[in-house]
Design a protein around this ligand. Structure first.
Ligand code: HEM
Ligand code: HEM
Length: 195
């Protein structure tokens, strides 16, 4: 059954997009900036709120089905893959503030850039930031692709450019059929391996 996301689900999604964008744009360029005690304190509060919201949001969204807005049947592998990508996004968005907080803690313990622990924390922080760009880019492209097909998933979360049924464009119909065939083949392959 097709269902829109709840108002709270939408507020979490779009409020979080703003918070994430702010976090990325105001990012620290190097460790020496943390000499500013007020900035260090602000970063710690920001990262803690960010982390708390990621956890609360995940706890709330878990109860809803992935693609709950779909007006067409969705292959179970497709759904599983999308859920995996969502969980990867949550993990990545938790690692980002966690490693930021680790940097802050190590810094207050007197660790400088030369310390191995700081090197690892900064490395992981940079990795989680880069991974978040990749996952979010894939996420937005997947949402747009679904919107083009007119599956209803877009409209369940996005208030603009809403859908009015499945696309009948011949190329889109063909792409959706190919996608379905590929998923069926994958399922058959996995089933034959299991036997
Ligand atoms: C213009 C940009 C974006 C669009 C059009 C978009 C669209 C969507 C849509 C349609 C869904 C619902 C999927 C479903 O019902 O299964 C969704 C869920 C989700 N989005 Fe986005 N999104 C955008 C940006 C972002 C950004 C920047 C983030 C991360 C900061 C993000 C994180 C998530 C997560 C984690 C979910 C899964 C929610 C859940 O079911 O737990 N999105 N998005
Ligand atoms: C949710 C909170 C945070 C976000 C979204 C965020 C985001 C970022 C991003 C995108 C970068 C650039 C990484 C790269 O270029 O690969 C960065 C670097 C950095 N962040 Fe954060 N950060 C957060 C929290 C923190 C906290 C709490 C601290 C420490 C107080 C911190 C300290 C640093 C430092 C020192 C760098 C520079 C690393 C270097 O020298 O390359 N961040 N942050």
């Amino acid at each position: 059954m097709s269902r829109e996301h709840t108002l709270l689900g939408k507020v979490f999604h779009w409020g979080f997009v703003l918070l994430y964008a702010y976090g990325i744009f105001k990012q620290i360029d190097d460790l020496s900036q943390l000499e500013d005690a007020a900035l260090l304190q602000f970063e710690i509060v920001f990262a803690s709120v960010f982390l708390l919201l990621v956890v609360i949001r995940y706890g709330y969204m878990r109860r809803f089905d992935t693609f709950q807005g779909a007006v067409v049947p969705v292959h179970r592998y497709h759904k599983r893959f999308a859920r995996l990508m969502h969980v990867a996004m949550y993990l990545c968005l938790a690692l980002l503030p966690m490693t930021g907080l680790a940097i802050a803690w190590l810094y207050t313990q007197g660790a400088g850039e030369e310390a191995l622990t700081m090197d690892v924390a900064i490395g992981l922080h940079g990795f989680s930031a880069d991974l978040s760009y990749v996952l979010i880019a894939i996420h937005v492209i997947a949402a747009l692709y679904s919107r083009i097909k007119g599956e209803g998933v877009w409209t369940s979360m996005v208030p603009v450019f809403t859908e009015s049924g499945q696309s009948t464009n011949q190329y889109v119909v063909k792409a959706a059929a190919l996608e379905h065939q590929a998923l069926e083949k994958m399922e058959a392959l996995i089933a034959s391996r299991k036997n």
